[in-house]
Design a protein around this ligand. Structure first.
Ligand code: ADP
Ligand code: MG
Length: 731
């Protein structure tokens, strides 16, 4: 049979009028290939066919039976009930389906079919099947179907969306597989052999319709490996590319470093010193630095990065310092001005700030002036402004530098992978004229991801970790608040505000959910199971804002911040909070990561059970930045053992990474990765849950690239990698 290209649109396979088409489209499945990449989330074992006489209550089983009788009736309230009597040589049993009247037409008396489902016991102590999955068999000689899809086997169960059942998906997948889809193996054979991975077409078959569970698991392993392997290749390749480039060697005068540090109002922490030292060593080399400075919120990354900028400027090089938001850019500008204003005049490196809103510069001590953008651009191009702080505007407005020696990017993950790519281009990595220098690169992030995983995701970067907070910070008093203590907590917030402080209130979601959207049909077999999501009582920013500003604190200024607001609105709200124009800020987890509001002393977290530990820890890090005692109130819906365990973890943890690892163990990868934003595809994040696989994929990638850096011997792999590159850049 001719092979079916994976790009074949589904309508060519299912028929243009198949109702399934639209439902698939809704979840982004359009081609044969898309569909085959929609993997089951689990399998139900219906592989053994039981005689009816051997069925027991509570059992999940498959029978093969003749339909003796089938009828549709309606209850007094109008529900459709289909009832059938099924028989085999050993006995008879009843089956019942709710709300699926059409079954009375599909399953006719006299037919033979497989039925899979749960055996229940009725009030009259009779066994019956409650909403079994069924599959009509074309009776062959033995009366058995050779190729069952829904029953009598390991049955795949897919993640379902409204209107799209596992049954429907199985049907469609089967249709595609029958047409002999075309798979190209691109993982080199030795790699497959070495790590025990099935070949692609076998894996696709096995992941959807496994003969044995082991086959399914091996197939899943292969698909997880695919993603990691590509990412590792991507990383190795980036690193290799960079190693062929040359950066300016920036000699650092250690005496000068000491002198500058001596002027600071505090001493650097040990890991700040270590990180700075690592950066200095990189700067002095011609191999372009490509380093990630990772540390909790408040751990003092800015000063370390700023030092690097100052040192580059001291040798006549320019440095660009990019922040994800205007307010953060301004904050950095102010920090540098405060800390290094005096140095600025001595060495004459002026600081400049460029945002979409405008430009300004510092030329002496703390003398600063607004200047017109074109003039700013000119000064940068001539190399007169040494340290240029800014937002995206730095990229968007195509600032040209005279001799850029260092690029610093704060909260790197928030720029997304695409901007990172744009930056690299800016930097000139890859395919340029020989002899041109490219700047060193330093990025900063506070996203707490377990270390091993971070090495994978940011595997092309070297890593400097700040593992402790500056000493002298007062520990933040952290408490779990039970539902009954809510009023007391509000009274406490009020007392803090009356003392002149401010408070954050964090909520798990933006809007109240309508109950209807949370009721869903969960059973594949069609039982009318309605599950009421326990999400109904999740606090929302909008409702909480209403409640606090109208009922609880009508006399105070309450502001609101969430991800649906325009960047400009967010900036304004944040700035006003920083300027103390509002007392309480109700926000989702988007509340600006790096913004310093030293006057805020209360962090109240609604639905604290819903957040990951690392996330709670990060929220908490937003208070306690000033001289006042600060508090973190964890509003718990279900105070108890689990809550206690989590609290202890937060109280004891030395840093965010430690918590991230613990969190991963405690909640499992699904929920953990649900909360971390890296800019990488979800499936990749899921694959990261397996540390062994991470290791294997690293090994495999290194073994391939070392002898063959350009993948000349591996055309299929090369092609796949360029697809992956495109995908990553589109995210
Ligand atoms: P982040 O790592 O979250 O970006 P910042 O760089 O904004 O943290 O630092 C948080 C605060 O801690 C700033 O006010 C900064 O001046 C201060 N800080 C930084 N390093 C130290 C230190 N070693 N000792 C005391 N305070 C410090
Ligand atoms: Mg910061």
């Amino acid at each position: 049979m001719r092979e079916l290209p994976l790009t074949t649109p589904l309508f060519e396979i299912l028929g243009a009028r198949a109702p399934l088409l639209r439902r698939f489209e809704k979840i982004g499945i359009r081609t044969a290939g898309d569909l085959l990449r929609h993997f089951p989330s689990r399998y139900e074992d219906f592989s053994k066919i039981y005689p009816i006489a051997e069925l027991e209550p509570g059992q999940q089983a498959t029978i093969q039976a003749a339909i003796e009788e089938i009828k549709l009736r309606r209850t007094r309230r109008g529900f459709a009930v289909v009832e059938a009597e099924l028989s085999d040589e050993s006995g008879t049993i009843r089956a019942i389906w709710f709300n699926q009247p059409y079954i009375a037409n599909t399953l006719r008396a006299g037919r033979i079919a497989n039925f899979s489902g749960k055996v229940s016991l009725s009030e009259e102590s009779e066994l019956y099947f409650n909403g079994p999955a069924y599959e009509i068999l074309k009776p062959d000689k033995e009366g058995r179907s050779t190729e069952s899809t829904h029953t009598a086997r390991l049955v795949p169960v897919y993640p379902e969306t409204k209107g799209l059942t596992s049954r429907g998906i199985r049907y469609a997948v089967r249709m595609v597989l029958k047409r002999n889809p075309e798979f190209k193996e691109w993982i080199p054979a030795p790699v497959l052999a070495r790590y025990g991975l099935p070949e692609v077409h076998k894996a696709v078959q096995a992941v959807h319709f496994p003969g044995h569970l082991e086959d399914a698991l091996a197939a899943q392993k292969r698909f997880a490996f695919e993603n990691l392997f590509l990412l590792q290749l991507f990383n190795v390749e980036q690193k290799l590319k960079l190693s062929r480039e040359t950066a300016p060697a920036i000699p650092v005068d250690i005496g000068q470093v000491k002198a500058i540090l001596a002027e600071l109002p505090f001493e650097l922490t040990p890991s700040q010193k270590k990180s700075l030292w690592e950066i200095i060593q990189d700067l002095e080399k011609t191999l372009p630095m490509n380093r990630l400075l990772q540390g909790d919120v408040g751990s003092g990354k800015t000063i370390v990065a700023a030092m690097a900028a100052i040192l580059a400027a001291a040798r006549g090089y320019q440095a660009a310092f990019m922040a994800p938001t205007e307010i953060l850019a301004r904050q950095h500008f102010e920090t540098l001005k405060k800390l290094f204003g005096s140095i600025a005049s001595a060495e004459q490196p002026a600081f400049g700030l460029l945002t979409s809103g405008g430009a300004k510069m510092v030329y002496e001590n703390d003398l600063e002036a607004n200047i017109k953008k074109p003039e700013f651009q000119k000064k940068v191009a001539k190399g007169e402004i040494k340290i240029v702080i800014g937002t995206h505007a730095l990229i968007q407005e195509a600032v040209t530098f005279n001799n850029l020696g260092l690029i610093i990017v704060d909260e790197q993950h928030r720029f997304g992978v695409r901007q990172r790519a744009a930056l690299l281009r800016e930097r000139g990595a890859g395919g340029r004229s020989p002899g041109k220098l490219i700047p060193h690169f330093l990025s900063m992030s506070a996203t707490p991801i377990p270390r091993t995983l971070m090495l994978t995701v940011f595997g092309d970067l070297d890593l400097s970790l700040i593992t402790e907070l500056p000493s002298g910070r007062k520990p933040i008093e952290t408490r779990i608040i039970a539902p009954l203590e809510r009023q007391k907590a509000y009274d406490f917030v009020r007392s803090e505000i009356e003392a002149g402080r401010q408070a954050f209130v964090i909520c798990p979601r933006i809007e109240e959910q309508t109950p209807a959207s949370d009721i869903r049909q969960t059973s594949d077999a069609g039982t009318a199971t309605l599950r009421l999501g326990n999400q109904l009582d999740l606090k929302s920013v909008k409702a909480e804002y209403e409640k606090l500003s109208k009922k609880i604190f009508p006399d105070l200024n309450i502001a609101m911040l969430h991800g649906q607001m325009k960047p400009r609105e967010k900036e304004t709200v944040m700035r006003e909070f920083k300027d103390k124009k509002s007392d309480i800020l109700v926000a989702t987890s988007v509340v600006e990561v790096g913004v310093d509001v030293p006057n805020a002393t209360v962090m109240m977290i609604e639905g604290a059970d819903r957040f990951g530990l690392a996330q709670l820890y990060q929220f908490r890090g937003r208070v306690g930045r000033g001289t006042h005692q600060s508090y973190c109130l964890l509003m718990s819906e279900k105070p108890g053992e689990m809550a206690e365990q989590r609290l202890q973890a937060i109280l004891k943890a030395k840093n965010g990474f430690e918590l991230a690892e613990y969190d991963l163990k405690l909640r499992g990868p699904g929920e953990f990765f649900g909360t971390v934003q890296t800019g990488f595809p979800d499936e990749l994040m899921q694959a990261l849950q397996n540390p062994d696989l991470v290791k294997e994929s690293r090994e495999a990638a290194a073994a391939i690239v070392k002898p063959d850096p350009l993948l000349r011997q591996n055309a299929a792999l090369r092609e796949k990698l360029s697809e992956f590159r495109k995908k990553v850049h589109q995210e």
